[in-house]
Design a protein around this ligand. Structure first.
Ligand SMILES: [Zn+2]
Length: 65
């Protein structure tokens, strides 16, 4: 038997800047604010993502702080 994954069925909140999707709105907003300010993603935030953009736009310069 194959197990169903919840993530694909659940609604998620997407950062409009980078396209990452999060289960909670708060994290999506954090991501959006970070992306807007820094023009890059925070790996601390994106590791919580449940949806990843198929075409990353500005992910080449990830800064681990
Ligand atoms: Zn983002």
């Amino acid at each position: 038997m194959a197990k169903e994954k919840d993530v694909s069925k659940k609604k998620f909140f997407q950062c409009e800047k980078c396209g990452h999707g999060y289960l909670d709105k708060e994290t999506a907003i954090k991501c959006y604010l970070f992306c807007e300010k820094n023009e890059t993603c925070s790996t601390k935030i994106t590791k919580k993502a449940v949806h990843f953009p198929s075409l990353p736009t500005h992910l080449s310069n990830i800064d681990e702080k």
